[in-house]
Write a new protein. Structure first.
Ligand code: UDP
Ligand code: MG
Length: 309
C-alpha cells in the first residue's frame, strides 16, 4: 500500500514541471513515506506531456494520465483521485501557486486524526484585484446560501484520506465542485494557513468565463437559493401588483380625475418582463445541468496512461 498520492492537474505548464517536480520530490523525501506522483495532463497545447513522460521514465513513482482533450481542472483532479492508490491523497496545482513545502504540514496535521486538512490562503500574491475581489465576494455569497459549511478562501489544495476519495467516487455528478463535495462529506476537517504564491511561469488556465461557469456550478450544486429567490420575487411583485390594482379601481370609480397612465403601464410591463426573464434564466441554469447529468457521458477520456489498474 502506498502512503501518499500527490495529484497534480496540468494544463500548459511546460515551464513549471521541472521545478515543480524538484520541489515535490524534496518534500516527499523529508516526509520519508512511500509515494506516487500523479500528473493529469488536461489537453495541454504545449509540451507538458512530453516532459511528464520523460519524468516517468526516470522515476517509476511518477504516473501520468493523458486526456484526449481539455476537460477542465475539476475533472482532471477527479481523474487523478480515481486512479490514485495512496492512504492519503494531496491535491495541488501545477503552477507552484500552492507551495509544495506545505504538504509536510498538511501531512503532519492529518496524522493528528483528521480526514481532511485544507490549505487556507491568508494572502494571494500576483493576482489581479478583480480576480481576488470576485473570489472574495463569491465565497461569501456561497457560504450564505448553502446549508453546508464550505470554507471561505480555500482552493483545492489539501490532503484527504482514502475514505474521502471512496465517497467522492460515489458522487457521479458531472458539474463538479470538489471543495464543496468534500465539505458535504464531513468527517473531521481542519486547515492550515499559507500565503499563496504567484504563478511560477505561464498564464492562468482559468479565464473569467471559466471562473463564472465554475462559480455557477458551485452555487447550483449546493444551493436552491436562486430558485427560491425567483419564487420570492414573484410573490413580492404579485403583492405590489395587487395593491396597484386596488388603487387603480379606486381611482377609476371613486374619483373623477383619473388619467390613462402610460408611465405606470410601461414601467410595470418592463418590470414584470425583467423578473420573468431572470426567473426563466435561473430555472434554465438548473435544467441545463439536469440535461448534462442525464446524458451520463463519461466524465473524461484517458488517451494514455502508465497507471495499471
Ligand atoms: N488546469 C487544468 N485544466 C484547465 C485549467 C487549469 O488542469 O482547464 C490546471 C492548471 O494547470 C493548474 C491548476 O489547474 O495546475 C489551476 O489552474 P490555474 O493556475 O490556471 O488557475 P488559477 O490559479 O489562475 O485560478
Ligand atoms: Mg494558478
Amino acid at each position: 500500500m502506498i502512503a501518499l498520492s500527490i495529484v497534480v492537474p496540468i494544463y500548459n505548464e511546460e515551464d513549471n514541471i521541472e521545478l515543480l517536480y524538484q520541489r515535490l520530490i524534496s518534500v516527499i523525501e523529508k516526509i520519508g513515506e512511500s509515494y506516487e506522483l500523479i500528473f493529469v495532463n488536461d489537453g495541454s497545447k504545449d509540451k507538458s506531456i512530453d516532459k511528464l513522460k520523460i519524468k516517468a521514465q526516470e522515476n517509476p513513482f511518477v504516473k501520468y494520465i493523458d486526456f484526449s482533450r481539455n476537460f477542465g481542472h475539476q475533472i482532471a483532479v477527479t481523474a487523478g483521485l480515481e486512479l490514485s492508490k495512496g492512504e492519503s491523497i494531496v491535491i495541488i496545482d501545477g503552477d507552484l501557486q500552492d507551495p509544495p513545502e506545505l504538504i509536510e504540514d498538511l501531512y503532519q496535521k492529518k496524522k493528528e486524526g483528521f480526514e481532511v486538512v485544507y490549505a487556507r490562503r491568508k494572502k494571494r500574491k500576483g493576482e489581479s484585484w478583480l480576480k481576488k475581489f470576485t473570489a472574495r465576494v463569491f465565497y461569501r455569497i456561497l457560504k450564505n446560501i448553502t446549508s453546508i459549511d464550505i470554507p471561505v478562501d480555500t482552493g483545492d489544495f489539501r490532503i484527504i484520506d482514502r475514505k474521502i476519495v471512496e465517497v467522492l467516487r460515489e458522487m457521479p455528478e458531472y458539474h463538479r465542485y470538489i471543495r464543496g463535495q468534500i465539505s458535504w462529506i464531513g468527517y473531521n476537517q481542519t486547515y492550515v494557513e499559507y500565503e499563496r504564491d504567484e504563478r511560477n511561469s505561464g498564464v492562468t488556465g482559468y479565464s473569467y468565463s471559466k471562473m463564472f461557469k465554475f462559480a455557477l456550478d458551485g452555487i447550483t450544486s449546493f444551493s436552491d437559493f436562486p430558485l427560491k429567490l425567483a419564487t420570492f420575487l414573484g410573490f413580492i411583485v404579485s403583492i405590489v401588483a395587487f395593491v396597484t390594482l386596488l388603487f387603480a379601481l379606486y381611482a377609476r370609480y371613486f374619483t373623477s380625475n383619473y388619467e390613462p397612465g402610460w408611465t405606470s403601464i410601461i414601467i410595470s410591463i418592463l418590470f414584470l418582463g425583467g423578473i420573468q426573464l431572470v426567473s426563466i434564466g435561473i430555472i434554465g441554469e438548473y435544467i441545463s445541468r439536469i440535461n448534462t447529468q442525464v446524458k451520463r457521458r463519461p466524465l473524461y477520456i484517458v488517451k494514455d496512461t502508465n497507471i495499471e489498474k
